[in-house]
Design a protein around this ligand. Sequence first.
Ligand SMILES: N[C@@H](CCC(=O)N[C@@H](CS)C(=O)NCC(=O)O)C(=O)O
Length: 217
Amino acid sequence: MAAASEYQLYCFAQSGNAYRVALMLNLIGADWKPIYVDFFARGETRTPKFRNEISEMGEVPVLLHGDKKLSQSGVCLTYLADRSGEFQPHGEDERLESLRWIIFDNQKVSGFLGPYRFLRNFAPARDPGAEAFLKGRLDNNLGIVDKRLTKAPYLLGARPTIADISLTGYMYYPPEEFDFDVGKDFPAIGAWKERIRALPGWRHPYELMPGYPLVKG
Ligand SMILES: N[C@@H](CCC(=O)N[C@@H](CS)C(=O)NCC(=O)O)C(=O)O
């Protein structure tokens, strides 16, 4: 019988929140395998079984490692950086700075890109008002990240850290799934995307996680 992988990740291909953890596992060369969560057809994250047995927060990603079960991608990234020594912020100042950008990403970058893309591609009906609101917030928030990335190649300076891995969440999904191309509208983010893409082990979210293409029921 084949040995189980060291890490398992509950995820699905369309989840940028899960992608950043899948990408980190790949970049550090971890032995891992995905566990597919049927978010769209079965609404699996909202079932009592998922909330009782996998995550009380009802979200992916969830990372399994030995007897550890971790959720919130920022926590998973921190754990993987601490264990591997890769993409780790060094010292207190960098740790705090990394946390600051991870929270900003979760709330204001991925936290708006995800719902914006969801409304345009996966929701039962379009909602122009909500989309316009989110796009306004995104233009502002992506502008803040873009300005930061004009100052250094990566968020914390000369080398990539988990703050950058967090920011990858929704960055590589096809521009057609949004109505704009982040990399073109925000050139410093575009150049950063290419630097991240060049890291050994980089893979596209649709290659790394199961569930693409989506079979609409
Ligand atoms: N801040 C969380 C966000 C996780 C999240 O929102 N995941 C979505 C999928 S992209 C989810 O599982 N949503 C469950 C639901 O809406 O029922 C993280 O970074 O892990």
